[in-house]
Design a protein around this ligand. Structure first.
Ligand SMILES: Nc1ncnc2c1ncn2[C@@H]1O[C@H](COP(=O)(O)OP(=O)(O)O)[C@@H](O)[C@H]1O
Ligand SMILES: [Mg+2]
Length: 389
């Protein structure tokens, strides 16, 4: 038993013996124990965090998700993000505990760091390193830009209003970082961890657009020994959950691979997996993209118009193929994440070399540009509740 003894499998876990999952990577695996994590999370008082956020001042409000509101703050000179659990629901309490325990023992450059927490009375708060560029969701699917030049560019180029387009190379770099974070969870953490909440809103971006996975409240210790899955109530976000998991409740490492495939398709297309604001046939990304995914000659039709054609066509094709592989219905034929990392690194080795990059695209090169304006995320319907339960 590794350090996750406190995360004993759920009582309803299916104990049927079956062949081991091919993603075990036992040799490469390393015991993740608190003594190798980069420091223990600090226990804060509610007063500490009230002061840090200016008493949860609206001016410091960053956004709101299923867990509760998030505020920017400062503790001992370090910028932090403070997430306050909305006081309704047992589920939130469980997620709080899992998040603290997971992030206390897990440590990787592509995982967000937990600075500390507060569990005083009824209050439950989480304190993270502050990620200055917010979520991938806000960059990929756009916010209304306050930059007039960018606005003109958007109009002139027929880019859907409100987008701050990420350039191709940045998208690929984000994909590599996300897959590396997932590879750490699947192949290095011992026992392996199933993330279960891969989605654009949970990919947070550093100043150079380096991505970090966040929100481990739904994470599960993966199957160990002869087991191939963990039986659990179906949780996650609509559209990102693997169909086999939704139907059977059997969670495997490959459930994360399906969600990664959805994320890759979102990076390619700039479309949300589900977007109620689009015409009916386009609301579900998989339904809309199916005719293009089935015909290699039509792969280019998947490319986000906001890329303005600025991508290497062969790399686009390769990224579409990786996404297709991850999205296969049968979990056992989906690739393991280590292979996805190799594929994505290969794509990253063929960057788009523009003669002239459109100035208003978001990339590390112009990351200081004023169009990178982030607005608080809206509360999205259907998020994370046990939608299928
Ligand atoms: N560590 C962080 N640094 C900066 N912004 C963050 C951080 N954590 C969360 N946020 C922002 O707070 C908002 C709400 O986050 P969250 O509660 O995780 O909900 P969701 O994942 O559903 O968006 C998001 O816009 C996210 O970008
Ligand atoms: Mg989140």
């Amino acid at each position: 038993m590794g350090c996750f003894g406190c995360f004993a499998p759920e009582a309803d876990e299916d104990l049927k013996p079956s062949k081991p999952d091919d993603s075990s990577g036992a040799d490469a695996r390393r015991k993740v124990a608190p003594d190798v994590a980069n420091g223990y999370a600090h226990s804060f008082t509610f007063k500490d965090l009230s002061v840090a956020t200016g008493y949860f001042n609206d001016a410091n409000f960053i956004g709101e998700g299923g867990f509760g509101k998030v505020y920017k703050g400062k503790i001992s000179g370090q910028m932090v993000a403070v997430k306050q659990l909305a006081r309704d629901g047992v589920q939130g309490r469980n997620e709080f505990l899992v998040e603290v325990l997971m992030l206390t023992v897990l440590s990787h450059p592509n995982l967000v760091s937990l600075v500390g927490f507060c569990a005083q009375g009824d209050e439950r708060l989480l304190v993270y390193e502050y990620m200055p560029f917010g979520s991938l969701e806000s960059h990929l699917f756009g916010n209304l830009s306050s930059n007039f030049l960018c606005f003109l560019f958007v109009l002139a180029n027929d880019v859907p209003l409100g987008k701050n387009p990420l350039d191709w190379n940045t998208r690929v770099r984000i994909a590599v970082g996300v897959a590396e974070g997932l590879s750490y969870l699947h192949n290095v953490a011992d026992p392996p961890v199933i993330y279960r909440d891969m989605k654009a809103a949970n990919i947070l971006l550093g100043e150079d657009f380096s991505p970090k996975l966040s929100d481990f409240g739904l994470a599960k210790v993966g199957p160990v020994g002869d087991r191939t899955h963990v039986s659990t109530r179906v949780m996650g976000t609509y559209g990102y959950c693997a169909p086999d998991y939704v139907q059977s409740g059997k969670l495997t490492i490959k459930s994360d691979i399906y969600s990664l495939g959805v994320l890759l398709l979102e990076l390619i297309t700039g479309r949300r997996i589900y977007d109620a604001s689009r015409p009916k046939p386009e609301q579900n990304l998989l339904t809309w993209s199916r005719p293009f995914l089935h015909d290699k000659r039509k792969f280019y039709r998947l490319a986000d118009p906001a890329l303005l054609g600025c991508y290497p066509p062969s790399a686009l094709n390769q990224l579409v193929v990786i996404s297709i592989m991850c999205l296969q219905d049968q979990p056992h034929v989906r690739p393991i994440v280590a292979d996805v990392v190799i594929g994505l690194k290969h794509i990253a080795s063929q960057p788009y070399a523009p003669e002239r990059t459109p100035a208003s695209m978001s990339s590390p090169a112009n990351s200081g540009s004023p169009q990178l304006v982030r607005t608080p995320s809206r509360k999205r319907g259907g998020r994370r509740s046990a939608q299928y339960a």
